[in-house]
Structure formats: C-alpha cells, structure tokens
Design a protein around this ligand. Structure first.
Ligand SMILES: [Zn+2]
Length: 305
C-alpha cells in the first residue's frame, strides 16, 4: 500500500540517522559545543517539509492528503480542503493552492464538486469555479486537470484507465454508496472509452467503527448485502469499503486497490464521526501532462509545501 501513512517510517529513518550523527559528533567532540554539519541541516529541512506518497500508474497520478502541512486553525487544523465546513475561506484557498502546487497542478486547474450524497456524475473539461453544481462524481480526459474528492469518513474513490487516458473521482458515503455513485461513475467513464479501470478506495470510516441504528443497517444491506457489518462492540454497523469493493467487482473492475486507513481511528485524518466540527481531506487524481503511457506502476513521493 501507499501514501501518507508511510511517512512515519521515513521520519523514523531520518530520526535514527540524526541520532547516529549526533552520537558521532558527541563522540568526536565530547565536551565541545555542537556544530551541525551541512548534511544535517538538509535533513532537518526535509523533516520540516511534508511529503505525500503519490501512486503513479503510467501517466495517472493518485494521492490522498491528510491534516498536515496547511494553514487552517482550530478544529480545521491544518490542511482543510473543505469549503463548506465553517473554516476561513482564505485558509481553505491557501490549502487548496499549496496542495495543487505540490502535486504539480495549476491551483486554478482542480475540479471541486458540491458533494450532496447522490449518484449524479459528469464529464468535466475545466473546473466549475466558485459555484460548482451538485455532483458526487466527475471524470476527465484532460491532462493536468486535477479532480478532488473531499471526505471525512465517506469514501473518496478514484478511478483511472491509464491507456484510454481517463481519470475520475467519486464521493461515496452511506447514501451515495447505497445509491450507486461508484457504479454510475464506472458506467459513465466506460461510455467515454474506458476499458481496464484501476480503482483506489481511500480512507473511510471502517466497518468496525461505523455504527448505525439497526433499521438503517438492514435498509442498506437490502440493497448492498456486503455492507452489512458489526462494530467491534457487537452493535450494528456498515462496511462501506466492502460494499464499494463489491460494487466495483460487479461493474467489472478487477484492479481494486485500497488505502485501508480508518478515518475514525487515524488521528492524522479528518473524521466527522470522531470530531463533528472538523475539516476535509481529499483524494486527488489527474493525468500527468506531457506523458505517454509507459505501463510503469510505481509509488512516488511529492513534497507538499
Ligand atoms: Zn475503524
């Protein structure tokens, strides 16, 4: 698996390297003052910076942000990308701009939807601007155009056909999943020429945490049996990841990948269930401009300013 949760490992590696260097310095200068070698300063800058792992499949790029590295304050701290959760609009704009820049995208070239827990999806060739329509899925064939799916317990689901050159994103929470927004997006992308789709299901409230009233579980399970779940306390729950995975499978998508972090259990992600008043992280998907398909498939690291 990929992405931001690998960050602590690299931090640990860097920290260990720092410790080793400091030990060596102390050994050579046991009583002297500590002077930091130039290489150490570079490492400290890297630690102070912030990196997000990006999944690269041919010219397709997929990534999930988290709470870190932004300018929002209080319950929105710090990289809140959600525009309608009560955060300072200037802070959200700055967070969106620095995230786009970090991914190599034009800050004015990222599509945000007004997500309403429905199943409407649409082809996009440019961002909607200040007043986006109510949609829960969009897709494009335009290189360099970013698609952002906001979430804080609902599933951000990213789709791509690297060969056909199509990328899409869906916001699939309880109602959207029950309504079938992900199958709707698959179908729409197929009608534009997508064949072999890759899906990446992002962090969401997991089936052991997402408690719901008994009638609601039965209501969803009647439509999507795979979503039936119980919490770790034995109470009724929904497993959206299992439900969405089943939907993707039935829609003929065989390459299904997961960032299987649970938003409720992961402090570095926003969770509406855990915090109520909070921000939104986002899944980003885009076609790298100026690249031809190479059938390479690798994780990269991008420094986000
Ligand atoms: Zn969980």
């Amino acid at each position: 698996m990929l992405l931001v949760r690998d960050l602590p490992i690299s931090l640990v590696l860097v920290t260990n390297r720092l410790r080793a260097q400091l030990r060596r310095r102390r050994h050579h200068h046991p009583a002297g003052h500590l002077t930091l070698p130039a290489s150490l300063i570079v490492i400290l800058v890297l630690v102070a910076g912030y990196t997000v792992r990006v999944l690269a499949i041919d010219r397709v790029r997929m990534a999930f942000t988290d709470r870190h590295g932004g300018v929002s304050a209080g319950p929105y701290g710090t990289r809140n990308l959600g525009g309608s959760v009560g955060d300072d609009p200037a802070a959200v704009a700055e967070n969106r701009a620095r995230t786009a820049t970090g991914f190599g995208l034009d800050p004015g070239g990222v599509v945000f939807m007004r997500q309403v827990h429905g199943r409407d999806v649409r082809y996009v060739a440019e961002p909607f601007g200040a007043d986006p329509p109510s949609l829960d899925g969009v897709f494009t064939d335009r290189p360099g155009l970013g698609i952002a799916v906001l979430a804080a317990d609902c599933a951000p689901v990213l789709l791509a056909d690297p060969v056909a050159g199509l990328v899409g994103g869906a916001h699939s929470g309880r109602d959207g999943t029950t309504a079938g927004v992900v199958p709707a997006l698959v179908e729409a992308m197929r009608s534009y020429g997508a064949a072999d789709l890759v899906a990446l299901v992002g962090p969401l409230a997991c089936g052991r945490c997402y408690e719901v009233p008994h009638p609601l579980r039965e209501q969803v399970a009647a439509v999507l049996p795979e979503a039936w779940s119980v919490t770790r306390h034995g109470t009724p729950a929904l497993d959206l990841r299992a439900g969405i995975t089943a939907q993707l499978g039935r829609a003929g998508v065989t390459d299904i990948r997961h960032d299987d972090r649970c938003t409720i259990e992961t402090a570095g992600l926003y969770s509406h269930r855990r915090e109520r008043l909070t921000g939104r992280f986002a899944g980003y998907v885009w076609l790298e401009a100026g690249r031809e398909p190479t059938s390479r498939d690798a994780a990269q690291e991008r420094a986000l300013p």
